[in-house]
Design a protein around this ligand. Structure first.
Ligand code: CTP
Length: 404
């Protein structure tokens, strides 16, 4: 599972699983089991032919719900409108495997069984996973239908390549269950869909001469973790980062910078972002002059003259936009609450995340952090020591709850 996998987001979701008559139908049992294990509720709908490959008893036992096939199958009073109820009930509709026949029916809007009728009524994203023999899949009629499906708004997961039931080797296999669920989870609407988040991370390098810099111990972990979580929640994320060895999280646009001046420039390009998390440890001072050649070891003492850098966050605060949420970080070693509150006010922030470097489990280079989130309304949320990933989630839950 990739680091930014959203599979866990399927927990508590309502899933329709449509199964049509392909040899791969037996995998519907595995899919149902995996979804239930993740905590999703699953309603299986099979076509008549699917029952040749997998029994309804198996699927109803695994899903915990009676399996439906015909339009009037539910046996409930609302039997004739069950396809509508189901179509509105589901968060996601997965059709796996989808035969050439079912794909064709979907394209032409057939409503001759529970699966196709429910697909017409579905208000949620529908993921179709075609599985069939190589030559059938490559037939222009099927290819045209698959393109048409996509044009109609269905999502399609390409089948895999490998050994097929016919003994042939080619394209047409149903992808692995994990890949199917991964793609499915990506279709869940994220709470931050349509929002832009700007995150800064890492230290800055302020050059003294061609080989030396003024910097700090920041590793960038907090900012990278926030960026990953924001992307998982559906935001478009720009991550402006100083030097770090960390891997860019999936679906995050990374901008590398070295100096605080470069970070300022990169941040200003994205200053209209809906959310700004200024987690970078920006140098407050930079060498007043840059020595173009290496400073040689001559005198016993070397005095470096430093000048103040621009406070990037304070700049953003001065020009803040109404829709924007500005979150700063405060690194303190003494008078932490007073200092953090002062920064919150002076930089016109909505929130400040207080990091007391003297506390156990907090600070640079540790996998954990201990922070207190302070709000502009005077609120204070102290979090216990926890892995940085959990800190990011807890911070975002709080900040986003406030915007809701
Ligand atoms: N910050 C910034 N630009 C700077 C310095 C800091 O944007 N030149 C941001 C940091 O990213 C952080 C917040 O301001 O979100 C507070 O940083 P911190 O180093 O704790 O405080 P400073 O304002 O620099 O004050 P001091 O160093 O005196 O504690």
């Amino acid at each position: 599972m990739s680091e930014s996998s959203r599979i866990g987001d399927l927990q508590g979701k309502r899933l329709l699983l449509g199964v049509s008559g392909s040899i791969a139908a037996y995998k519907a049992a595995e899919i149902t089991r995996a979804l239930r294990k993740l905590g999703a509720e699953v309603q299986v709908i099979t076509t008549r032919d699917a029952a040749q490959f997998i029994t309804k008893t198996t699927l109803s036992t695994l899903s915990g719900h009676r399996v439906l096939t015909e339009l009037t199958d539910s046996g409930d009073e609302d039997a004739w409108t069950k396809h509508i109820t189901l179509g509105h009930w589901a968060d996601l509709f997965l059709i796996a495997p989808a035969t050439a026949q079912t794909v064709a029916k979907l394209v032409h809007g057939f409503a001759d069984n529970m699966l196709t009728a429910t697909a017409l009524a579905a208000r949620c994203p529908v993921l179709v996973c075609p599985a069939m023999d190589h030559d059938m899949y490559l037939h222009p009629a099927v290819k045209t239908n698959i393109l048409a499906l996509q044009e109609l708004g269905y999502k399609v997961l390409e089948p895999g390549y490998g050994e097929l039931a016919s003994g042939l080797v080619g394209i047409g296999r149903l992808p692995d269950v994990e890949d199917i669920l991964e793609r499915l989870a990506e279709l869940l609407p994220g709470e931050l869909r349509g929002k832009h988040a700007l995150v800064t991370a890492g230290p800055t390098y302020e050059p003294i001469d061609p080989v030396r810099v003024v910097s700090n111990h920041s590793t960038g972990t907090m900012g990278f973790t926030l960026a990953k979580d924001l992307a998982r929640r559906g935001a478009r994320v720009t991550l402006v980062t100083g030097p770090t060895l960390l891997k860019t999280p999936d679906r995050v646009h990374r901008v590398d910078v070295l100096t605080s001046a470069e970070m300022l420039e990169a941040v200003l390009v994205h200053q209209s972002a809906d959310f700004v998390f200024m987690a970078a440890a920006v140098a407050d001072y930079t060498p007043a002059e840059f020595h173009t050649s290496k400073i040689k070891k001559e005198a016993d003492q070397l005095v470096l003259k430093l000048r103040r850098t621009t406070d990037i966050l304070a700049e953003l605060g001065k020009h803040r936009q109404e829709h924007q949420t500005l979150v700063g970080f405060a690194m303190e070693t003494e008078n932490d609450l007073t200092n953090a509150r002062r920064k919150l006010v002076e930089k016109t922030l909505d929130w400040i995340v207080l990091n007391n470097l003297t506390e156990d489990g907090a600070g640079f280079g540790t996998g954990t952090n201990r922070v207190t989130l302070l709000g502009k309304d005077g609120s204070s949320y102290p979090l216990s020591v926890m892995p940085k990933e959990e800190v990011a989630t807890a911070l975002l839950d709080r900040v986003l709850a406030d915007c809701a």
